[in-house]
Design a protein around this ligand. Structure first.
Ligand code: TLP
Length: 349
């Protein structure tokens, strides 16, 4: 089950397509998507929009592209966007809102559960004054990657959407792992997405497809977003080859995310029992486990990851003493037990 003979827990982006996906890809009926004529892409876009309770969808190459196209569609140059200070959009997307869109990011602190406090959002909304940019957009992230894969609830999402709309501000959700959130909460994913003005989700993370994300929103929003996607070179041509795997991902890979979450719990419990490692179990709500080296461990996260590699386990340093492990469909329960054992050995070598 492992990837290239490793128990590779660095990310769920490392998942490779299943044999059903490869078969669907080989048999996909394709056309030119820039003409709107790829039937497989069209089918995926309709399925995706229906699943998340939005009117229309747009296939994009990545979560990063989906977020950028959303920001470009909601905002004009010089507008401001409110974003969590630990958000993927803010930290890991090469400053695209500013670099490509001329959009000014205004960060507010992410809470330990991944939320933004509504009072913090309220405090940074700009008043009407020629000195200020115009606050146009709020972005949320669900699940929240850097806060530990934490899950935002339907009630919280609805509250932020109502607040945003009350101030004539749009809400975008970076839902790279929104299906993990839905499965963790045992709710229909619509409850996490239908109140937003746009949402992106990734097919190529825990859902296992090789490439692609879908941006969803109203019909008019997606019409405008298509133009922004074109502008940044994202026309998908015969991308139905990829969309075919995305359809399988939506049909077959969502419910099984439960296994990844159970494995993440098992991993976290195992790590909690290793002297020298510290893990905050409360944040382990989906398929991620972040853990830290205790202060008395005489080496850093990079060294721990190097040692783990020698035991056929790959984990990712995300800070000087912070490490991330992500469970996914190519890691079995037995391999989780093996990984815990290996990590224990690494700390004591
Ligand atoms: N995250 C990747 C890395 O970029 C950190 C990972 O391994 O977790 N939103 C969120 C919340 C994400 O975690 C990611 C990818 C993206 C967007 C971007 O998706 P891609 O990689 O498809 O551009």
């Amino acid at each position: 089950m492992s990837l290239n003979n490793y128990i590779d827990l660095r990310s769920d982006t490392l998942t490779i397509p299943t044999s059903t996906m490869r078969e669907a890809m080989a048999n996909a009926i394709v056309g030119d998507d820039v003409f709107g004529e790829d039937p497989t892409i069209n089918k995926l876009q309709e399925m995706a929009a229906e699943r998340v309770g939005q009117e229309a969808g747009l296939f994009v190459s990545s979560g990063t592209m989906g977020n950028l196209v959303a920001m470009l569609t909601h905002c004009q140059r010089g507008d401001e966007m409110i974003v969590g200070d630990q958000a993927h959009i803010y930290i890991y997307e090469a400053g695209s809102s500013a670099a490509v869109g001329g959009i000014h990011p205004r960060s507010v602190p992410n809470q330990a559960d991944g939320t933004l406090k509504i009072e913090d959002i309220k405090a940074v909304i700009r008043s009407q004054d020629d000195h200020f940019p115009i606050t146009r957009l709020i972005t949320l992230e669900n699940t929240h990657n850097r806060m530990g894969g934490t899950v935002l609830t339907p009630a919280y999402t609805r509250a932020v959407a109502e607040f945003a709309h009350g101030h004539a501000i749009k809400l975008h959700i970076d839902g790279a792992r929104i299906f993990n959130a839905a499965v963790a909460l045992n709710v229909d994913v619509k409850q996490l997405t239908q109140d937003a003005d746009s949402v992106t989700f990734c097919l190529s993370k825990g859902l296992g497809a090789p490439v692609g994300s879908v941006l969803c929103g109203s019909r008019e929003f997606i019409r405008l977003a298509r133009r922004r996607r074109k502008m940044i070179g994202g026309g998908m041509r015969q991308g139905g080859i990829l969309a075919a795997a995305g359809i399988v991902a939506l049909e077959q890979m969502v419910d099984r995310l439960r296994e990844d979450h159970a494995n993440a719990c098992l991993l976290a419990e195992g790590i909690a029992g290793i002297p020298g490692l510290r893990v905050n179990i409360a944040t382990v709500q989906s398929n991620m486990v972040y853990f830290e080296l205790e202060p008395d461990v005489p080496f850093d996260a990079t060294e721990l990851c190097r040692r783990a590699g020698q035991h056929r386990v790959k984990v990712l340093p995300t800070g000087p003493r912070r490490i991330r492990a992500v469970t996914h469909c190519w890691v079995t329960r037995e391999e989780i037990a093996e990984a815990v054992q290996a990590l224990g050995q690494c700390v004591n070598e």
